[in-house]
Design a protein around this ligand. Structure first.
Ligand code: IYR
Length: 286
């Protein structure tokens, strides 16, 4: 038997083992392979996963021992004419909102941001669990660390994770992994969804529909910012969640959903000249 015929099967075996090991190490779930834009940190949050997570832990009822009184509610009513005017005014205000990536360093009073977050916190939530944490960062050093984390990951996103199609779909928006606004904007608001609640006695409570609830809160937050004359861009930095959570010292039950730089628009800010779909394309009346 020649040396070659003995060594070849051995080499093939070693190669297979090494490739198998590398494949396992770099493994992503089938869902991840199919949907690379879904953040790994956000992925495993189905109701099922929440239930699994709590198997050997002590969980409590969401509203344990809380008898909630039901009180009369009479919201403001307007005449038809006023309703028409108000609905149009609000639409026109919101229609001027744009995602702005050029933000002025000019300071913004903190109390305005506090009010905006109060408005976001009025969102409805599953079983009224209010599963959100808004981390407001104005410290320049922390903002810069956030920028370093985001830019490092976003470069990998653009170069590898997102793929050619996604990158070319974004080309008209002229986005890239350089995020100057993370240093420049007077505030960064990092919105975390709490996948479950932790009570004072360390018991857990289920946060039903936490991602939907926090997404609704984000919508209100965007409207409140627009109403205050501030701008933002709804950035969702892919795969930065765990590092940012650690940097900001947030607990394990909190997952980053959105990162919003907030401030006035820079004087020379530009936005892509996009059109919105007309009503018949977005509304079906049955
Ligand atoms: N998160 C990246 C990429 C990005 C993705 C989508 I979808 C956008 O609408 C815009 C950007 C970034 O912030 O650059």
């Amino acid at each position: 038997m020649s040396v070659v015929s003995v060594l070849t099967p051995v080499l093939v075996l070693v190669l297979c083992l090494v490739m198998g090991f590398l494949a396992l190490r770099g493994r992503r779930s089938p869902a991840a392979a199919a949907k690379p834009w879904v953040d790994e940190d956000l992925r495993d949050d189905s109701e099922e996963a929440q239930l699994r997570e709590g198997e050997d832990e002590e969980w409590v009822d969401v509203n344990e021992e809380k008898e909630v009184a039901h009180v009369p509610y009479s919201p403001q009513r307007h005449s038809h004419e006023q309703m028409l005017q108000r609905s149009l005014d609000f639409y026109e205000l919101m229609n001027r909102r744009r995602s702005v990536r050029f933000i002025s360093p000019e300071p913004v009073p903190l109390v305005v941001v506090q009010n905006v977050i109060r408005a976001a916190g009025t969102a409805p939530s599953g079983a009224h669990t209010e599963p959100w944490t808004f981390v407001v960062v104005s410290d320049p050093d922390v903002k810069h660390r956030i920028r370093l984390i985001v830019e490092e990951e976003e470069e990998v996103n653009y170069r590898q994770r997102m793929g050619d199609k996604w990158v070319s779909d974004l080309a008209p928006l002229r986005t890239n992994w350089i995020k100057e606004y993370l240093d420049v904007a007077p505030y960064l608001i990092l919105v975390f969804k709490q996948t479950y609640g932790i009570l004072a006695d360390n018991k857990k409570r289920t946060h039903y529909y936490n991602e939907i609830s926090v997404s609704i809160a984000c919508g209100l937050l965007l409207a409140a910012l627009q109403n205050a004359g501030l701008v933002t861009v709804t950035s969702t930095p892919l795969n930065c969640g765990p590092k940012l959570r650690l940097l900001l010292e947030r607990p394990l039950n909190e997952k980053l959903l959105m990162l919003l730089p907030v401030g006035y628009a820079a004087e020379d800010a530009t936005v892509p000249d996009l059109q919105r779909k007309p009503l018949p394309d977005i509304m079906v009346h049955i």
